[in-house]
Design a protein around this ligand. Structure first.
Ligand code: URA
Length: 255
């Protein structure tokens, strides 16, 4: 990705005071981020970022059938009370062979209306975050902890998250992502089965499930809209995620 375009994407994220410099691609992303006074200097591993979209391999017929079955089961689900209060289920969207799987919390009003995750203001910021990483939205898969909108946008309860868990686990098993990006407290705490705060979970690579999928936690874009001063930390997290994804160049369509 050229420097001008990255600066534009960072600007879309609301990050204008960051400047990029090239570094040794073996340097861990965390070490590569330095804060200098009010200016935050971001180092970037240029080798892992590309404009190109990953062209998925053909989805095997078996997987396609599994996806269709799963989608139908989610659509007809009544395992918790949320379905009664929402207008439709929000299954998830994107590349079913993505290397990067983003997991949020729950659909909000816009998502409930459109049947797609992250389409409101938080979604626009998420898109900008993905672009700053080198991913178009359609190159990744985006899902939530729960598939139905909780009333008045309240947090989903532990019981509701548990009722929906199997659907998400099956999505993860089908996608087999290289990395999970967990955005926000509800996502991180449910995935990692902890009550530790996001601020303490971010900044390192966790491991998810039996398959030990690398998982990076960052702030929820809705929180970043309310607390833009935290965007620098989110960008550090995205760079950490890129450092894990880096060796898998197919993720970014690199030749
Ligand atoms: N916030 C989320 O966590 N998920 C969405 O789909 C929308 C907003």
């Amino acid at each position: 990705m050229d420097e001008l375009r990255r600066q534009n994407y960072l600007q879309m994220m609301g990050i204008t005071q960051w400047r990029l410099r090239q570094v040794d691609s073996h340097q861990p992303a965390e070490q590569a981020v330095a804060e200098v006074g009010t200016e935050i200097e971001i180092t970037q591993q240029s080798s892992v970022v590309s404009d190109q979209i990953h062209t998925p391999d053909p989805v095997v017929a078996e997987d396609r059938a599994d996806w269709l079955t799963l989608r139908e089961q989610v659509k007809n689900c009544r395992q918790c009370g949320l379905r009664a209060g929402c207008s439709q289920t929000v299954f998830g969207v994107g590349n079913v062979q993505a290397d990067l799987l983003v997991i949020g919390e729950a659909p909000g009003a816009d998502e409930d209306r459109q049947g797609e995750p992250f389409v409101g203001r938080a979604g626009q910021l998420l898109n900008a975050m993905l672009l700053a990483m080198g991913f178009k939205r359609e190159a990744v898969f985006i899902a939530n902890i729960v598939k139905c909108r909780p009333p008045n946008n309240r947090d989903p309860s532990a019981e509701e998250a548990l009722a929906c868990q199997d659907y998400l686990l099956r999505q993860i098993a089908l996608i087999q992502p290289t990395l999970i990006l967990s955005v926000g407290r509800i996502s991180a705490q449910n995935l990692l089965k902890t009550d530790i705060a996001v601020g303490k979970l971010r900044g390192r690579v966790h491991s998810f499930g039996e398959a030990q999928i690398p998982l990076v936690v960052t702030y929820h874009p809705a929180y970043l809209l309310r607390s833009p001063e935290q965007k620098s930390k989110a960008w550090q997290d995205l760079q950490l995620a890129l450092s894990v994804l880096g060796p898998v160049n197919k993720a970014l369509g690199q030749s």
